[in-house]
Write a protein that binds this ligand. Structure first.
Ligand code: 0A1
Ligand code: ZN
Length: 873
């Protein structure tokens, strides 16, 4: 059989021989069905002190021509047999992480025994040991290709099987969990200090959704009855000292279960839903079937230790993982090129859930800020890729904001284009048609197009990289009483892709009467050509136009507004997102185009007092000045971090000074009261922290004391940490005592100590010496991604420090150090440097040299692939 016919043919067979350090690309166009399907898998995982043994029995049948191919990495093969007959080493071949067996029967039972070493697995993929000393646990992480680090397996998402898992370990680890239902447990015969548990998952699932946990954890239990009458036991597992921080997550889980029933008609399908909190985890959380594994930062929450922002994020991540049960698990991806199929749709669903639990305008503002700061800059740089990529070397490098957040924006456009009823009709059809299957983006669009065939035109959004720029102007004809709006679109041509085509862009539009501020017309314009003219009839006087309301498409908008028009919209727009949007436009014009700030300052002064009463959270956002990093993403050449910092600080100072009179009144209007978890209370806390920072900036008399008192009398972490951040950023006298106090109070709580590290590492005045000192602190730990991010990622919020020789040495040094130990994390850190080439000289050359030096040292394909792209800029 030729290799082109095997399952492995997704690796380009035409690739010339390349030096080993240049990783091989895999192409979507080469997709081939696997030659074998797996009906059932029986796993037996025995964990010992310094290794684990994994026995597996796979019942398989042929579904296409080709050899039987299994993937395996860092696994030592001890035994292999087919239909009970042991294979000698001539019976199979092993190379490049693949085990290939030729001339196999159509129906077979494959048995394997392998040895793995979770104790030395620092990559946090496969089965790994988390923790140290007597405080350890074993956890799995299989998405995307981690299962092959547990045993040899046809580890690809289009192979779906029924798993039965036996776990065996010392009784020091009383918690033995795997997917599905617990069917048996007991003591191991001949080894009374060891016990086992057997779990059976009746659903067909790909190996990336497999999970197991061997640990000593407490559990918070609750119950939920689904709309179909199923009694579900809900269990949240955490260390004993953290179990009281699981209530927020448990409530969020129940809320998410109701929400999915009401909004998508989707009920849960097993009798048990488990969540396990682990402190060493590369990402936020993982949706394994019936057994989610969560980074502690995304599941633990209590008012005393968790800020409102993080607590809200906990709820969103719980919902996200729960929603995956239908969008990802029951309907999964045919191959990893389709990652956005599950992620874009699930992010859209979690964003909608969150919007139902706070002001929908604030939710949209936060989602769009994130998209603009991270995804727009990714799309503008050398790591730009389509939402559905066509090739990759290492799929781990594609868990990007493009696939997640831009993917969600596409689903949002589809939902808005269809309207709620048709979108529901379309998603119902998607679930009906593809339940239990591994499918593609085309399948998704084809199901939605049952509701309206124009949906299929959106496929180009999945294929084309780059952020479209929509430009427009208007013409009012007073004779004809018509307003014409001309819109055009342009997308940059990204090397390696076809010339860009015009995309269908929904532009939500409203016309406002200049005299009354009332809306006189509202329409969704669908821009589908390079340029189009839209006419509004019976417009009796020239209106102010508000475009892209609620951010109806992920594009950049250039419209010939006067600053006064924007100030008008801040006053009269009814869409909260667009009110915020105009303040951001004004700020951008001041900072990047030199506009005079007076109109902006006046507009904010006029709006703030009332908004602070009506919607304090929106008021807090209104004072946003885009971060240095977001501003940098709009600069394509000669980016000078110090000049951006200066201008940004200058404008911030002007806002603070010009409203100096108001801060005292506003701060006092928002007194510290007992803790309450409502949108209004969260809004008041957010605004109070912003006002405190403004007051300190304006050197309002007594503001130092407000910060100290807020710290001392805080009712919750949002207040205490807000005060600490203000004390640190403004170097208020006694700040070191406050930092020491914070450390002493919370030193037993890793997540709070992460905050302690990050508030210092991202401080306005931080120096590279400070960063080095933090890295040398006894509590710093390279093996815990949250801790690494609390210093290394925090540094990226101070570009004037990051883009210095010492700053880059620290940052690239961290990547180098993690390259082998944890390549997923190393590569994610590296991707943040992608826009180095926009820097002004001599920083540009210096950044280039440091990245080239890193390239010479790096060895993981994750880091090498990212460096290849990043250096090609
Ligand atoms: N599917 C998860 C994200 C995730 C991806 C990779 C991981 O390990 C390398 C872990 C989690 C989600 O979307 O929530
Ligand atoms: Zn996800």
């Amino acid at each position: 059989m030729s290799t082109a016919q095997t399952a492995t043919a997704i690796i380009d067979p035409n690739m010339p021989d390349v030096p080993p350090h240049v990783p091989k690309k895999i192409y979507l166009k080469d997709y081939k069905k696997p030659s074998y399907d797996v009906e059932t898998v029986d796993l037996d995982i025995k964990v010992f002190d310094d290794h684990a043994l994994v026995d597996s029995t796979l019942v398989m049948h042929r579904q296409a021509e080709g050899d039987l191919v299994l993937y395996g990495e860092d696994v030592e093969l001890l035994e292999i047999s087919i239909n009970g007959e042991a294979l000698s080493s001539e019976g199979y071949s092993q190379s490049d992480g693949k085990l290939t067996i030729s001339d196999t029967p159509d129906q077979l039972t494959l048995q394997l025994q392998v040895r793995i070493c979770p104790q030395t697995n620092t990559a946090l993929e496969g089965l790994y040991m988390a923790g140290t000393g007597s405080d350890t646990m074993f956890v799995s992480q299989c998405e995307p290709e981690g299962f092959r680090k547990i045993t040899f397996y046809p580890d690809r998402p289009d192979v779906l099987a029924v798993f039965t898992t036996r776990l065996e370990a010392s009784k020091r680890y009383p918690t033995l969990l795997a997917n599905g239902n617990l069917i048996e447990q007991g003591v191991v015969a001949d080894a009374p200090d060891r016990h086992y548990a057997i779990w059976h998952d009746p659903t067909h699932k790909p190996s990336y959704l497999f999970a197991c946990v061997v640990a000593d954890l407490d559990v918070l239990t609750d119950y939920y009855t689904t709309s179909e009458g199923r009694e579900v036991t809900l269990e949240l597992y955490a260390k004993a000292e953290d179990i009281d921080k699981c209530h927020v997550g448990m409530q969020a889980l129940k809320d998410a279960m109701v929400w999915d029933e009401v909004n998508y008609g989707r009920a849960y399908d097993l009798d048990r839903y488990m969540i396990v909190a682990v402190s060493q985890f590369n990402m936020g959380a993982m949706e394994n079937k019936g057994l989610n594994i969560f980074n502690t930062a995304c599941v633990l929450s209590s008012p005393e230790t968790t800020t409102d922002i993080r607590s809200f994020n906990v709820k969103a991540v719980i919902a996200h993982e729960y929603f995956h049960n239908w969008t990802g698990n029951r309907i999964t991806c045919r191959d990893w090129f389709q990652l956005c199929l599950k992620e874009g749709l699930t992010v859209y669903r979690d964003q909608s859930f969150s919007a139902d639990h706070q002001s929908s305008a604030v939710q949209r503002i936060d989602d769009v800020s994130m998209l603009r700061a991270h995804q727009f800059s990714e799309d503008a740089g050398p790591l730009a890729h389509p939402v559905r990529p066509e090739s990759f070397v290492e799929i781990n490098n594609f868990y990007t904001t493009t696939i997640y957040e831009k993917g969600a924006e596409i689903v949002r456009m589809l939902a808005n284009t269809l309207g709620p009823e048709k979108f529901r009709q379309g998603t119902d059809e998607y679930f009906r048609r593809y339940d239990g299957q591994a499918v593609t983006v085309e399948d998704f669009l084809s199901a939605l197009s049952v509701a309206d065939s124009k949906i299929e035109r959106f496929i180009d959004w999945y294929r084309q990289p780059g952020t479209p720029v929509v430009s427009g102007h208007q013409h009012y004809d007073s004779q004809a009483q018509t307003l014409t709006i001309t819109l055009s679109q342009q997308t940059r041509h990204v090397a390696g892709f076809d010339a860009p085509k015009p995309l269908p862009i929904p532009v939500a539009t409203a016309l406002f009467a200049k005299d009354t501020g009332a809306i006189v017309a509202e329409r969704m314009l669908l821009l589908e050509e390079d340029e189009q003219v839209f006419t509004f009839e019976n417009v009796t006087s020239e209106p102010i136009v508000s475009l892209l309301r609620d951010f109806s498409a992920p594009v950049q908008l250039n419209y010939d507004y006067h600053d006064e028009d924007l100030a008008f919209l801040l006053k009269y727009e009814t869409n909260g997102f667009n009110r915020w949007q105009v303040t951001q436009l004004l700020v951008n014009r001041i900072l990047l185009k030199g506009h005079h700030p007076s109109i902006y300052l006046q507009a904010v002064a006029d709006t703030l007092p009332q908004l602070a009463v009506d919607d304090p959270m929106l008021a807090a956002r209104l004072l946003d000045i885009p971060s240095a990093r977001e501003l940098a993403s709009a600069i394509h050449k000669d980016y000078d971090p110090s000049s951006i910092k200066q201008q940004r600080e200058g404008l911030y100072q002007q806002v603070a000074d010009s409203l100096a009179e108001q801060w005292t009144a506003l701060y006092q209007q928002l007194p510290i009261q007992g803790y309450e978890d409502s949108p209004k209370a969260r809004g008041a806390r957010a605004l109070r922290n912003v006002v405190l920072d403004m007051a300190l900036t304006a050197q309002v008399e007594g503001a130092d004391k407000w910060a100290q008192q807020q710290y001392d009398n805080a009712s919750c972490m949002t207040e205490r940490f807000g005060a600490l951040k203000a004390l640190v950023d403004h170097q208020v006298a006694g700040v070191n005592d406050y930092l020491a106090d914070f450390y002493e109070r919370f030193k037993a709580d890793e997540l709070v100590i992460d905050l302690w590290f990050s508030v210092q590492a991202s401080a306005e005045q931080v120096s590279t010496d400070d960063i080095t000192a933090l890295l040398e602190h006894a509590d710093f730990d390279w093996n815990t991604p949250n801790r690494v991010r609390s210093v290394i990622s925090a540094l990226t919020s101070q570009p004037t420090v990051l883009w210095t020789s010492e700053g880059l040495d620290i940052y690239t040094g961290a990547i180098q150090r993690l390259d082998e130990a944890n390549p997923v994390l190393a590569s994610r850190l590296l991707q943040v440097l992608a826009r180095w080439y926009t820097l002004v000289e001599p920083q540009r050359q210096m950044a280039h040299d440091k990245l080239s030096a890193l390239q010479k040292q790096a060895s993981s394909k994750h880091v090498l692939e990212s460096l290849d792209s990043v250096l090609a800029a």
